[in-house]
Design a binder for this molecule. Structure first.
Ligand SMILES: *Cc1c(COP(=O)(O)O)cnc(C)c1O
Length: 486
C-alpha cells in the first residue's frame, strides 16, 4: 500500500511512500498529510466472530502495509493490557437504540490508548530496524499526552517531548504526564491553549533551523498526533468491531445500516469511522458531536470553516476544546481531491476561513451531520443516565443530544465513549450531586462510593507518585527547552 499527499506533490519529493515512511516522517508536501492511495474493501462475512486482536490483524493485513507480521502481532498484543484482554472494547446497550462503545479501558483511561498502544510499538520497532533515533513532539489537550508517554516509556530509539496547556487539563491528566519518569520522556507545560501548543509543534516540524539542530545530534523528527496515519489505521478497527458485535448479538443483520456518533476534536476518531464507511462498513451517517467549540457543527451544517472571531472556550470536555481540527483535511482530500484541498487549507491559513460550494457541502453531508452540546446539557445527560444505571464522562455525554436530534431513520446508533469518568471526576460529581469546586481526588472518592465502583489502580496510584516533570514556560521558550533535553 502506497501513501500519497493531501495537498499534492511538491517538486523533489517522492510521489508516494510506504506506510513505514509515512509514519516515521509524517510531514507531507506543502504542509499536508499522508493518506492511503486507496482503501481496502471489507469482507464482513469473513470477519464475523473474530476477537478484537484477530480482527485487528486481519484488517491491518488488508491495508498491505510494510510492517512484518511479527511486529504487528506484538503491537496488537498490547491490547492485553486492557481491563479485559478478551473484550478490550465493551459495547453497552443503554436503551433507545443507543449502544455505547467504551474505548477507554486501556492504561491511561481514555481512547487514545486504542491507537497509541500499538502505534508506539510499531514506531519504535521501525526505528530500531533502521538504526535511527527519533524525537516525537506531542501537543496534547490532555489525553494524547499521557497515552503517548505511556506507550513510548523506555522504548528504544525514541524520545518524547510532550507539550500541554498548563491549566487546560484535568488534575488527573496532568498527574498522568508529570509523574512519568522514563529517561526518554520530557513534559513541558505551556502558558497558552491547546491550539497554541499544536501551532508551535507544526511550526517546529517545518523549521529548517530546528531540523539542523536535530541533525547535528543525529536525531530525526516524527509525530504521534493523529496527523500521523499510524494512529488512524488503528482507529478504523473498533468501528468495524463494534458493528460486528451488534451483529453477533443479533441486534442487527449483517449489512444492516447503523449510525455512529463520535465526540470530536482533532477528528481522528471520526476519520477512522469515515474510512471504515468507505471500506464498506454499513454506516448510514456519522454524527459529529461537539462542545461549545462548535466549529465542526458550523462547518458540517453550513460548509463554512471559519476561525474568524473565535477563541477556544474552556469547557468540561477539554479534549474537545479545539478549533483547528487537523483530520478534516483528510476528509476534504477524500471527497474533493488534492488540488481543492490545498486551495482550501491555504485559505484557512491565509484568511482564517474557507467556504465549500453548495455541491461540496452536499457531498460532505452525505457522510456527516453534526450538533453540539453545552456544558450544562452534558451535565444533565450524565445525571439522567446515571439514574438509569450508566455512568459516563463529559465527552461521552456530548453523544446524547446527537443521538436524540440527528437520526432521520430508526437505525441503531453506536456512540463512542472516549474517556472514563475518572479523568474528569469533578465535573461528574457536579452532575451527580450538584457539588462543584471539589478536587479530582476528593471527587474520585465520592463518586466511587456513590456509584459503588472502585477507582482503577492506574488512577489511584497517581496521587502517590513523585512529580518528575516540573517545567512550565511561555510559548517562545519551548524550542530552547526541547534542545536542552536532547
Ligand atoms: C482525543 C479525545 C477526543 C477527540 O478525539 P479526536 O479523534 O481528536 O476527534 C474526544 N474525547 C476524548 C476523551 C479524547 O481524549
Amino acid at each position: 500500500m502506497e501513501f500519497i499527499e493531501t495537498r499534492g506533490n511538491e517538486e523533489g519529493r517522492p510521489h508516494q511512500v510506504q506506510f513505514s515512511e509515512a509514519i516515521l516522517n509524517p510531514n507531507a508536501s506543502f504542509g499536508g498529510l499522508y493518506v492511503p492511495k486507496y482503501l481496502p474493501k471489507l469482507d464482513l462475512e469473513k470477519l464475523q466472530g473474530l476477537d478484537y486482536k484477530e480482527l485487528a490483524f486481519q484488517i491491518l493485513r488488508e491495508f498491505n502495509i510494510d510492517i512484518s507480521d511479527k511486529t504487528l502481532q506484538e503491537a496488537i498484543s498490547l491490547y492485553d493490557k486492557f481491563d479485559n484482554p478478551n473484550e478490550p472494547v465493551p459495547l453497552v446497550d443503554v436503551g433507545d437504540g443507543l449502544y455505547i462503545s467504551e474505548l477507554y479501558h486501556g492504561p491511561t483511561r481514555a481512547f487514545k490508548d486504542m491507537a497509541l498502544q500499538p502505534f508506539g510499538k510499531v514506531l519504535s520497532s521501525l526505528a530500531v530496524e533502521r538504526d535511527e533515533k527519533y524525537l516525537i513532539l506531542v501537543a496534547t489537550s490532555g489525553d494524547t499526552g499521557p497515552a503517548t508517554l505511556e506507550t513510548f516509556k523506555n522504548r528504544p530509539n525514541i524520545k518524547v517531548v510532550c507539550l500541554y496547556p498548563y491549566g487546560g487539563t484535568s488534575d488527573v491528566q496532568r498527574l498522568q504526564m508529570v509523574t512519568e519518569d522514563g529517561e526518554n520522556l520530557k513534559v513541558i507545560g505551556i502558558r497558552g491553549s491547546f491550539d497554541d501548543a499544536q501551532t508551535t509543534l507544526k511550526t517546529l516540524l517545518r523549521s529548517e533551523d530546528f531540523r539542523k539542530e536535530l541533525e547535528e545530534r543525529n536525531i530525526k523528527l516524527s509525530a504521534a498526533n493523529s496527523v500521523n496515519f499510524g494512529r488512524i489505521i488503528f482507529q478504523t478497527i473498533y468501528h468495524i468491531y463494534s458493528y460486528l458485535q451488534l451483529v453477533q448479538r443479533g441486534e442487527i443483520e449483517l449489512g444492516e445500516e447503523v449510525y455512529i456518533t463520535v465526540p470530536s476534536g482533532n477528528f481522528g476518531n471520526a476519520l477512522g469511522g469515515f474510512y471504515a464507511k468507505q471500506m464498506g462498513l454499513p454506516i448510514a451517517k456519522i454524527f459529529i458531536a461537539s462542545n461549545e467549540n462548535n466549529i465542526l457543527t458550523d462547518f458540517i451544517t453550513t460548509g463554512k470553516y471559519s476561525l474568524i472571531g473565535r477563541k477556544v472556550v474552556n469547557t468540561k470536555s477539554p479534549a474537545m476544546d479545539i478549533l483547528k481540527s487537523s483530520n478534516v483535511e483528510r476528509v476534504l482530500f477524500a471527497l474533493f481531491g488534492a488540488e481543492r484541498t490545498k486551495e482550501l487549507m491555504e485559505e484557512l491559513e491565509n484568511r482564517q476561513e474557507y467556504q465549500l460550494t453548495q455541491e461540496e457541502l452536499e457531498k460532505l453531508q452525505n457522510h456527516f451531520s453534526a450538533v453540539y452540546s453545552t456544558d450544562s446539557e452534558c451535565i444533565e445527560e450524565i445525571r439522567n443516565y446515571f439514574q438509569k444505571g450508566y455512568l459516563m464522562d463529559t465527552h461521552t455525554a456530548t453523544n446524547i443530544k446527537a443521538h436524540r436530534e440527528l437520526r432521520e431513520k430508526p437505525l441503531k446508533n453506536i456512540a463512542y465513549s472516549t474517556a472514563e469518568w475518572t479523568k474528569f471526576s469533578p465535573s461528574i460529581l457536579e452532575a451527580l450531586e450538584g457539588i462543584s469546586g471539589v478536587s479530582d481526588r476528593e471527587a474520585l472518592e465520592k463518586i466511587s462510593k456513590l456509584a459503588n465502583i472502585p477507582i482503577p489502580h492506574q488512577i489511584q496510584s497517581l496521587f502517590e507518585k513523585e512529580i518528575a516533570q516540573k517545567i512550565v514556560v511561555p510559548v517562545p521558550e519551548i524550542e530552547k527547552e526541547i534542545l536542552d533535553f536532547i
